[in-house]
Design a protein around this ligand. Sequence first.
Ligand code: F6R
Length: 264
Amino acid sequence: MQIVILNDAAEVAAYGADIFSTQLQRKAESVLGLATGSTPVALYQELIRRNREGLVSFKDATTFNLDEYLGLHGSHPQSYRYFMDEQLFNHIDVDKDKTHVPPGDAKNPLTACQDYEARMAAAGGVDLQLLGIGRNGHIGFNEPSSGLTSRTRVKTLTRETIEDNARFFEEGEYQPHLSITMGIGTILDAKKVVLLATGENKAEAVHAMVEGPLTAACPASALQLHKDAVIVVDLKAASKLKDIEFYQHIEAENQKLQDYLASL
Ligand code: F6R
């Protein structure tokens, strides 16, 4: 794991945007794995700005989102399809037909999960997967106890996740307790993974992911197995890491190596 510790959420968003821009500049037809939630919003705004200024293009890219509430049609304001359209897709030059979000309204959710996996495979697999992290260490909607090799499937949300996400729903509005989510095995298949975490309420989960044991009790700890996982956090989310100075030292040394390689 590469641990990048930055001052604040704005720096985290800019760093994430650099990773996405570099990916698209190297491979215009990249397959991008995307996430919803509060954390990536600033990153999406930065990508929209860069797209408008002609610095990055999504016109040949394909996207697959991590998850969707089961029972919500994409036109529902709380659906993740709606979120992605509003927060990113409507503002960039992506071909909407090449954007995929698991179908929350699927008649048969089980076959829809298999179909989602098949579509990802047909697209050549995910090149770069964006992740956030839940306070309980979830990635996608892979809640604690999720199988570390799991594939796209229907998952029950924990009480904690339902409560955390209740802020997006009106009082009395129907809030699903089930989701379709890429599995941990699906996420680990991505060629590169970038996880963003900001704020003190993520500090415990970040510590468990990076320094805790590899365990289904913290699904994000599975990223310890990934050969190219970049964890980008602000100082608040990093505040419970034990070896913070060591990670900063590694980054400084890496930078020197990159500078040297660039000078060759
Ligand atoms: C969203 C997702 C979730 C979120 C996580 C953090 O598609 O898969 O795992 O990344 O719940 O959410 P925020 O960023 O709202 O704290």
